[in-house]
Structures are given as structure tokens and as C-alpha cells.
Ligand binder design. Structure first.
Ligand code: COA
Length: 184
């Protein structure tokens, strides 16, 4: 069984980015992301309507870290602490050394290789420090940007579920991607 220790919070640094802990001070930026229709198009979760919704999300993120069920980093540019996106593992399955990855980036910063840089650092942390054996991604098959990002990082589509997810009156398909530590 995997034993996780996320305390102290593991800040990660890359060439352009600082991946740091999310705090309640990020509430306005989390609200901007989670209320943005373009960002949320394929997330299939309700849009944040108020900053109170964003605060609630931050509380869940912090609680998940405290009970080692998930870890989410704020993505910021080096020397500017402004949150521009988030990336993290959730549904950490300690018995099977597996976790699901999720990520969001503000449109002003998309298509500049930012998530590629963040994902490399987070996968490296997941496989080497957290000792994960596999990482899963569950995407809406229409999410071309996310699919490209995963395939670029050697994720393989291992499953495809037809109409398994009911959201806002429709049954949606899910594509399940996975990356094994041995492929790294
Ligand atoms: C998915 C997402 C995180 C990608 O972030 P990004 O920083 O723009 O991606 P990158 O610039 O690192 O690009 C990585 C690869 O994906 C491709 N890509 C990125 N955006 C794309 C788009 N809109 N359409 C097609 N391909 C895209 C890039 O071309 C790149 O591959 P390449 O270098 O071989 O050309 C971003 O589009 C996003 O936040 N989307 C909304 C939230 C979301 O859907 N999250 C995923 C939920 S499963």
C-alpha cells in the first residue's frame, strides 16, 4: 500500500513555472477559471457562480491534501505568484498506486507549452516521489487539446465508455487514458 506524505507541501519549480500550494488568497483567480465557459467546456462540472463557490473548491483542495486523497498545485509564472492554472492528482488509489490527473489553464496562457511543462514536472513527482505506478486521465473525447497533451506525454487510450456520464440532460462518452511508470 502506498504511503503518502504531502506535508510539507511539495513546491515544484520548472524553467518558467512555479507550482505551489493553493491558498484562499487565490480565490479570485480560481473563480475566473472555474466560471470561464471556454475553460470549463469539457470539464462537465457546474460553472462557479460566485466567489463562495470558488472558496468551497479551495477548501476541498486543502482538505484533500490534509487527508492525502489528492494534491493540486497552483500554476504560476516564476517571480509572479498569480495563479494562471491548476494541475493535480485526485482520486489517489493507494492500494493500486494509481491516481487521476486533472488540469486547467487560463486561455491567456494556452498554447505556449505551459501545461506541457507543468505536466512533465507533476508526472515526474508522481512517479518518483509519490511512487505511483500508473496515472489515469478521463477526458471528454471531444477535448482535442487535452487529448493532444496526453498523447504527447505517451498516455495511451485504454478504454472508451459510451454514454456513461450523465450531465445536464445528456449521456456523454468518456475516453480513459493511462500512463505507466515503466513508460517514463
Ligand atoms: C488542455 C490544456 C490544459 C492544454 O494546455 P496548453 O498549455 O495550452 O497546452 P500546451 O501548450 O502545453 O500544448 C501541449 C500539446 O497540446 C496541443 N494543444 C494545445 N492546445 C490545443 C488545442 N486547442 N487544439 C489542438 N491541440 C492543442 C499542442 O499543440 C501541444 O502539442 P505540440 O507541442 O505537439 O503542438 C488547455 O487547453 C486547457 O486548460 N483547456 C481547458 C481545460 C481542460 O479541458 N482541461 C482538461 C480536462 S480533461
Amino acid at each position: 500500500m502506498l504511503s503518502l506524505n504531502l506535508n510539507p507541501f511539495p513546491t515544484l519549480s520548472t524553467g518558467r513555472l512555479l507550482l505551489r500550494q493553493i491558498t484562499t488568497a487565490d480565490v479570485n483567480k480560481i473563480f475566473e477559471l472555474r466560471s470561464n465557459k471556454a475553460v470549463m467546456e469539457f470539464i462537465n462540472r457546474p460553472l462557479a457562480e460566485t466567489t463562495a463557490d470558488a472558496l468551497q473548491l479551495i477548501k476541498i483542495i486543502i482538505d484533500n491534501i490534509n487527508i492525502s486523497e489528492g494534491i493540486t498545485w497552483a500554476i504560476s509564472i516564476q517571480n509572479d505568484s498569480t495563479l494562471i492554472g491548476t494541475i493535480g492528482f485526485w482520486k489517489i488509489d493507494t492500494e493500486n498506486h494509481r491516481a487521476e490527473i486533472g488540469y486547467l489553464l487560463h486561455p491567456n496562457h494556452q498554447q505556449k507549452g505551459i501545461m506541457q511543462e507543468a505536466l512533465s514536472a507533476v508526472l515526474n513527482y508522481g512517479f518518483t516521489q509519490m511512487q505511483l505506478h500508473s496515472v489515469e486521465a478521463n477526458i471528454n473525447p471531444a477535448n482535442e487539446a487535452s487529448r493532444k497533451l496526453l498523447e504527447k506525454n505517451k498516455f495511451i487510450q485504454e478504454g472508451y465508455f459510451k454514454e456513461n456520464f450523465y450531465y445536464k440532460g445528456s449521456f456523454l462518452d468518456s475516453a480513459i487514458y493511462s500512463l505507466l511508470t515503466t513508460v517514463q
